[in-house]
Design a protein around this ligand. Structure first.
Ligand SMILES: Cc1cc2nc3c(=O)[nH]c(=O)nc-3n(C[C@H](O)[C@H](O)[C@H](O)COP(=O)(O)O)c2cc1C
Length: 336
């Protein structure tokens, strides 16, 4: 079975990619993922806040002496204090690249086009095969316009593209008024890959303790439907590679994303749930399914269920919605 795949110009042995997670916080973790067979590993993210915090500390040191360090630290969110800093990250990246045969992709998490984006170059110098930009931005300020939010994405991407020669992917959210147009704009601005979609970690509320609770919940297969729909719609309409992320729990989920048109399929929750070795089970299941269906290569099946170029995309979406409701109305759910 031929699983080899091209992702942003990188030759991968197969289309299964370990997406950022605590599993890639150590060289041993990265090695386990590679040994389980993944085609590439994206390291956990280095946060803009960590980089700005380190820069502020350096400036404090130069300007005012060590006694004002704590003041500088207090400007930044707690996450920056909990996470290892950029030097640790770059060292891990360098050692991970040396330890495994598969491409290791660095990940930067930020929302402003500030000086921190130069760290993309440091990642490249440390051996990153590509950079994934996780633009994790929830515009909490209700006066921020949609166009401003979109422009931020373009500005961050442009700055990073200017800093590196390796491919750059953008991991974006699904929450745009016109997600497709945003994808096209990123494509035109030079994104080599689009990673669909970021999964926001929305806080829960504990009604007994009357507090808001920050939680990280692992995904389920049903959550793959939204990214899969957009991958099917974008296949053949952007030059950038398409990476699917969210809701890969079983081999069938990998197959479905490839049929929709994903170049690579990423997984985190399943590997956290079952351990890194589960990647081999996903890959074996994919091969067995391809065998049953008579597909010799991934290229033979990729995108065969995407929305054909030239189709009326809006009508396609509307038709699916209308027919699904019609079926629901005539079936088990009763009249709506
Ligand atoms: C515990 C945890 C940590 C994560 N850390 C990162 C991160 O550092 N950077 C990032 O881009 N995504 C991060 N993600 C998101 C995953 O890479 C992935 O996109 C998301 O979980 C959806 O994929 P899944 O359904 O296979 O879990 C994290 C997810 C989890 C559950």
């Amino acid at each position: 079975m031929e699983l080899s795949t091209n992702y942003m110009g990188l030759a991968l042995r197969n289309p299964l990619v370990a997406s950022p997670s605590p599993l890639s916080k150590t060289v041993d973790g990265v090695r386990q993922l590679a040994e389980a067979g993944v085609g590439a590993v994206v390291l956990y993210s280095l946060f803009e806040e960590q980089l700005r915090r380190e820069a502020a500390l350096d400036a404090e040191l130069a300007d005012a002496g060590a006694e004002r360090f704590s003041e500088a630290l207090s400007y930044f969110p707690e996450v920056a204090e909990e996470e290892p800093g950029p030097r640790v990250y770059l060292s891990l990246l360098e050692r991970a690249v040396a330890a495994v045969e598969v491409p290791v992709i660095g990940s930067l998490n930020g929302v402003t086009p500030g000086g921190w984006v130069d760290y993309a170059r440091a990642m490249q110098d440390a051996g990153a095969a590509a950079i994934e930009l996780n633009i994790y931005y929830l515009p909490g300020d209700t006066h921020t316009s949609g166009r401003d939010v979109e422009q931020r994405h373009i500005d961050v991407l442009t700055r990073v593209k200017d800093a590196v020669t390796v491919p750059v992917a953008v991991k974006l959210a699904p929450y745009f008024s016109s997600t497709g147009e945003m994808a096209l704009r990123l494509d035109e601005a030079g994104a080599d890959g689009l990673v669909l979609f970021n999964r926001f970690l929305q806080p829960d509320i504990d009604p007994d303790r009357l507090t808001s609770v920050p939680t990280v919940e692992l995904s389920s297969s049903a959550e793959a439907r939204l990214p899969r729909t957009w991958i099917a719609l974008l296949r053949g309409r952007v030059r950038a590679s398409l990476a699917a992320t969210t809701g890969v729990e079983a081999p069938a989920d990998v197959a479905k994303y490839l049929l929709a048109g994903a170049d690579v399929v990423m997984t985190t929750s399943a590997l956290l749930r079952h351990g890194p070795a589960y990647a081999a089970i996903l890959l074996d299941g994919l091969s067995a399914w391809m065998d049953r269906k008579g597909f010799a290569t991934v290229d033979d099946l990729r995108g065969i269920l995407s929305v054909a170029p030239g189709a009326d995309e809006a009508a396609y979406e509307r038709a699916g919605y209308v027919s699904a409701l019609r079926d629901a109305n005539s079936g088990a759910y009763g009249p709506w």
